[in-house]
Structure formats: structure tokens, C-alpha cells
Design a protein around this ligand. Structure first.
Ligand code: GDP
Length: 138
């Protein structure tokens, strides 16, 4: 059971001014913010982050969207972090997300879906170190 996960507030939620509300939901759900920054991915960096999806038909659209504006990247800590955070954000497609989840409340579509949450302990570590170095100090 891991106690860390990685999240991004995606460009749609950031530009709609929902970062504060989303961070508040995250903290109220018991996650501690270990590291956080606002940044803006280049298309190259977004492509690298989502390389695992490079064969999918939506890859181009995903890279364009994720490099379209600022994001907030953060490492979060809580018991059972990966699974609990996936539950808090809800299904990839907001029309299928449970009531009260972040995506149900703030996502527009399956592509512009407000937040990212790592899907495994291994990916949480890889994705966290994509944005933050020297994590052992946190
Ligand atoms: P997640 O783990 O819930 O984020 O979902 P996936 O790993 O399946 O997909 C990664 C991201 O790709 C999603 O969060 C969406 O932003 C995007 N994505 C997934 N499916 C689609 C799609 O059908 N169309 C578009 N445009 N983007 C998609």
C-alpha cells in the first residue's frame, strides 16, 4: 500500500479558476500536499508524460490540450493514496463519474477532465519525479 500519489490540475480546470476549489477538496479528503507547483508543459513534455498513450487515437488531442495552458502539478500523501485519490477524482469520462467526485463537479468531457491521478504506485513515483527532483528531502 503506497502513501503517495501524483496529480495535475489540468489546463481546463486551471483556466476556469477551479484550482483552489479542487485543492480544497483534496485536502478535505485527507491528502497532504508534499510538493506543488504551477507550470506549463510544452507539447514535447506533454508528449513525453503521456508517451504510454502514443498509439491511442486521442494522443494528439491529449498532447495539444495538456500543453494549451498552465497546470498545477503536485505530490500527495495519505494512506492508500493511489486508490483513494482515483476514487476522489472519479471515472475518466465525467458523465460516468460518481456524484461528488472532482471530475463529476469540474470536468467538461473525457478529454478535458480537470485532473490527473496516477494509476499505480510505480507510475506515481515515475510521474512525481517527472516534475520534482530530490523528493527524498520532502
Ligand atoms: P485516466 O487514468 O482516468 O486519466 O484515463 P486514461 O489513462 O485512460 O487516459 C489518460 C487521459 O487521456 C485522460 O485523463 C484524458 O485526459 C485523455 N483521454 C482518455 N480517453 C480519451 C478520449 O477518448 N478522447 C480524448 N480527447 N482524450 C482522452
Amino acid at each position: 500500500m503506497s502513501n503517495r500519489t501524483f496529480t495535475m490540475i489540468k489546463p481546463d480546470a486551471f483556466s476556469n479558476g477551479n484550482s483552489g476549489d479542487i485543492l480544497s477538496m483534496i485536502e478535505r479528503a485527507g491528502f497532504r500536499i508534499v510538493a506543488m507547483k504551477k507550470t506549463w508543459l510544452s507539447a514535447d513534455k506533454a508528449g513525453e508524460f503521456y508517451a504510454v498513450h502514443s498509439a491511442r487515437p486521442f494522443y494528439g488531442e491529449l498532447v495539444e490540450f495538456m500543453s494549451s495552458g498552465p497546470i498545477v502539478a503536485a505530490i500527495l500523501e495519505k494512506d492508500n493514496a493511489v486508490a483513494d485519490f482515483r476514487k476522489l477524482i472519479g471515472a475518466t469520462d465525467p458523465s460516468k463519474a460518481e456524484e461528488g467526485t472532482i471530475r463529476k463537479l469540474y470536468a467538461e468531457s473525457v478529454g478535458k477532465n480537470a485532473v490527473h491521478g496516477s494509476d499505480s504506485d510505480e507510475n506515481a513515483a515515475i510521474e512525481g519525479s517527472f516534475f520534482f527532483s530530490g523528493m527524498e528531502q520532502w
